[in-house]
Design a protein around this ligand. Sequence first.
Ligand SMILES: [Zn+2]
Ligand SMILES: [Zn+2]
Length: 133
Amino acid sequence: MASGSCACKYIKYTTSVPPTRLSNCHCTTCRKQSGAPYLAFVHFPTGTIQWQTNPTEWKSSDTASRTFCPRCGSVLSMKVYSMPDVEEVAAGTLDDDVKGLIPPPSAHIFLAEKASWYELPEDGAERFDEWSQ
Ligand SMILES: [Zn+2]
Ligand SMILES: [Zn+2]
């Protein structure tokens, strides 16, 4: 259905279904880990992503773990423990053949931690100071 990889292509994945949701997280961990003002995640039902090579896991807090490529450092995915049915993939790792599969962004979350220098454009997505599913 959709496919993606890290920057060096050591880690590749395919999915058996299209993503259900696109959300943008402005939390400090997402910003620091990605090096970007926020991280866009596409959500997939758990078990629908096939990893050709498993990325390295990092337990970033008591509430979530994240993965990255051990060779190039690309951020790949996040698993929130309170949402066992969902696996989130960093949207920037998707290959370019996904146009039409990706829903418009539905939410900006953790805006309380947003980079002060980043001006959020009006894109119609819901806005939350903290977490929102
Ligand atoms: Zn890589
Ligand atoms: Zn975040």
